[in-house]
Design a binder for this molecule. Structure first.
Ligand SMILES: C[S@@+](CC[C@H](N)C(=O)[O-])C[C@H]1O[C@@H](n2cnc3c(N)ncnc32)[C@H](O)[C@@H]1O
Length: 463
């Protein structure tokens, strides 16, 4: 069996190991309407700290990583706990517990999918059966369609089982016990609607990232970013492997993978375990092209022109995910972008796609990107501003217009070199649906200047 693909292809082996560095206690898939879950019963300061730290895992190909938090994490923990009477004890034990709890909550959600999806179909079936017999007779295709929906659910469930199979070994320095998909089905805890929504969104993410059906969407979103990378770091003028490119909020990893495919050293970063389980699967477990099938649209009961549209399959991966050139430096970190990336002047390029609106405070993201970019490095961004925490009670959410963000970017010292204010694109679009969302995205390339000008003899802000 092929072992892991995510990543840093330091060795010529076709395997990648994933090592837990920090902790995982919560998640934000970052998909529209999805956010960090707050454990309100806990000490607020600890929860804040834990949430920032989250996972901190690195998936990489072929070698081991240090099982220690990134620099500065422990220092920060210490500072956060000093004088905190609520958490005098061993906070790491608590984190460990929360992280495991979170891991099993996501596994539970994957396992619960089958029950959840069938219940939804049962609802439709019952509604249909409540119709007068004469009306039912007018709709001879309805019940056969329901039967097919149930078959699709069973199939999706098999894929979900395959995805979480071995996830307990995803982190090479961390074991979570045995995942037995069939065991204790009776004792399975109902997953929340929130978690089921996240799972359904993640299933649709396969379409965007790893199917032929997602090509138009990838061309709209990823291609402009890739073209700028190639323009700024032309392979005939530099050694792409020397260029370090970071993709925060990498989703299922396709953009990062495409960048790595061109020979650049690329690291994706992702927070959500839903995404990480699935990207681990597609990058490490899938072999061949279009060998897997999912039915991503079966959960959509409205806006179907034809019943067949609801049950149409999507095949993945549309490329052989193991086809990266040997010695490609491709890695992936799991955890909070702001928490993991603290090292100044490290990256030649940071590429964000549908990401900056996942921030509680987008200025924090800008500050982090400014800090971690090398002098002369570029930030490429494409996406809308659908602020993920906007409607979340008790969640900080600073919703800035692009105008304000732009002003902020310039204040930090970035020079905007390319800017397009209207790039139409979709996100996990069902192209047969009668309802479609079109984002009118902004796209820009902003450079951290090679030499920072001093202001009245003082260094520039945040230099
Ligand atoms: C809207 S999705 C975009 C995914 C991908 N870039 C794409 O274009 O398909 C945003 C992603 O950012 C991730 N995310 C949100 N906050 C994050 C954080 N603080 N650190 C790392 N990833 C984060 C989410 O889990 C989600 O996968």
């Amino acid at each position: 069996m092929i072992n892991r693909v995510y990543f840093q292809n330091h060795s010529s082996r076709n395997s990648v190991n994933l090592r837990l560095i920090g902790r995982c206690v919560g998640t934000s898939s970052g998909l529209p309407g999805v956010a960090v879950r707050r454990e309100s019963a806990r000490c607020d300061r600890c929860v804040r700290s834990l949430r920032r730290r989250l996972l901190g895992a690195v998936v990489r190909r072929g070698d081991s990583l240090v099982a220690a938090p990134p620099n500065g994490e422990r220092r920060q923990d210490k500072m956060e706990n000093e004088g905190n009477p609520h958490c005098p004890g061993d906070k790491h034990e608590e984190e460990e517990r929360l992280e495991k709890e979170h891991f099993w909550k996501i596994i539970n959600a994957f396992r619960y999918y089958r029950i959840y999806a069938h219940e939804r179909v049962t609802r439709s079936e019952k509604q249909f059966q409540s119709l007068p017999a004469a009306h039912q007779k007018l709709l001879p295709n309805f019940l056969p369609h329901v039967k097919r929906l149930r078959q699709c659910i069973e199939h999706n469930y098999e894929i979900l089982k395959a995805i979480i199979n071995n996830c307990n070994h995803m982190f090479e320095n961390k074991e979570y016990g045995v995942i037995d998909m069939e065991a204790d089905l009776g004792q399975l805890k109902p997953a929340s609607t929130f978690d089921m929504d996240k799972l359904k969104s993640t299933i649709k993410q396969f379409v965007r990232d790893w199917s032929d059906d997602g090509k138009a969407e990838r061309d709209a979103c990823y291609r402009p970013i890739i073209e700028e990378i190639v323009k700024h770091f032309p392979p005939d003028e530099c050694n792409p492997a020397d260029m370090n490119i970071l993709v925060p909020g990498a989703g299922l990893g396709r953009l990062a993978w495409e960048i790595a495919r061109l020979g650049y050293s690329c690291q994706g970063n992702e927070w959500s375990l839903y995404m990480l389980f699935c990207s681990h699967f597609v990058l490490n477990r899938c072999t061949g092209v279009n060998t897997m099938t999912l039915y991503p649209w079966i959960h959509q009961f409205s806006n179907n022109k034809r019943s067949a549209d609801q049950i149409r399959p999507v095949h993945f991966p549309d490329v052989n995910s193991h086809s990266l050139p040997s010695h490609t430096n491709f890695s992936m970190t799991a955890g909070d972008f702001q928490e993991i990336y603290t090292e100044p002047n490290t990256w030649d390029c940071v590429a964000t796609c549908f990401f900056i609106d996942t921030a509680h405070n987008v200025v924090d993201y800008i500050e982090t990107i400014w800090k971690i970019l090398k002098h002369g490095g570029i930030w490429i961004n494409l996406g809308p501003l659908l602020y993920h925490f906007e409607n979340m009670a008790n969640e900080k959410s600073i919703e800035l217009s692009y105008e304000d963000i732009r002003h902020c970017i310039l204040q930090f010292g970035f020079k905007i070199e390319v800017e397009k204010n209207s790039v139409p694109s979709t996100y996990t679009e069902n192209d047969q649906s009668m309802l479609k969302y079109l984002y009118d995205c902004v796209f820009f390339v902003a450079r951290k200047p090679l030499h920072l000008p001093s202001l009245n003899g003082f260094p520039p802000v945040n230099s």
